[in-house]
Design a protein around this ligand. Structure first.
Ligand code: HEM
Length: 206
């Protein structure tokens, strides 16, 4: 690789890895402040598995409720709301022929909220959907792809999962989260899906 290419790769990793994970963590905190019952379940699990100690790589693999919550937040508030693919040469997928030059939009946000795939409660926070893993959460497991799909799927997804689990476990060990009355729920997109008026959350030290 040339020096120029290495620099460009570093920029890509910074953009793809920082912005996505930080908005995801922001939504996780908003959602747990909105749903104190799930916040309590999540904290109980963290305290049971890790106690008040620093979370270890080994311990986070036992955080089942936290994993369910992380997936449900990715479903409702995917940081990347759609993927755009350009078809360079005529391609056949099943019965469909896509001519060269066509731009495809894969709308994660729409599919993640589709009641035909997720049920009439698609708009509700229900982490228990993921209690038996991703493949059983939805009628069509291809409908959940917050990290993309296929050979170019997100290279950082496992890293992001570990990062989010450690960050969330540490926050829950030390703080309780309460939604401020000034918070207005308005998801909107500026490159990633963000809370338009900010994440007004009160943190109470435990
Ligand atoms: C919540 C966190 C994240 C989300 C939602 C996310 C989402 C995505 C999506 C949708 C793609 C496009 C995949 C495709 O074309 O099929 C992608 C690609 C990529 N992501 Fe992530 N990502 C996250 C975290 C990270 C992290 C932490 C890193 C690096 C440390 C990272 C590095 C990359 C890179 C380098 C690519 C391009 C891969 C390629 O084209 O071969 N991402 N990500």
């Amino acid at each position: 690789m040339t020096l120029e290419e290495v620099i460009e790769e570093c920029k890509l990793f910074y953009l793809a890895g920082q912005e996505t994970t930080s908005t995801w963590l922001t939504w996780i905190m908003i959602v747990l402040a909105m749903h104190p019952d799930w916040q309590e379940k999540a904290r109980d699990e963290v305290l049971e598995v890790c106690g008040k100690k620093e979370t270890s790589f080994e311990a986070i693999s036992h955080l089942k409720i936290i994993t369910m919550i992380l997936n449900e937040v990715l479903r409702l508030y995917p940081p990347v709301i759609a993927q755009y693919q350009h078809c360079y040469k005529e391609t056949k997928i099943g019965n469909i022929t896509i001519p060269a030059g066509v731009d495809l939009n894969l709308p994660m946000l729409l599919l993640h909220h589709n009641p035909e795939l997720w049920g009439e409660d698609a708009e509700e926070l229900k982490p228990e959907r993921f209690s038996e893993g991703i493949s059983k959460a939805c009628k069509d497991q291809l409908a959940f792809f917050p990290f993309g799909w296929g050979p170019r799927t997100c290279i950082g997804q496992n890293f992001a999962m570990i990062e989010a689990k450690i960050a969330l476990a540490t926050i829950l060990q030390n703080f309780s989260l309460e939604l401020s009355p000034s918070y207005t729920h308005a998801p909107y997109t500026v490159m990633t899906l963000q809370p338009q008026h900010g994440a007004h959350i009160r943190l109470h030290q435990l």
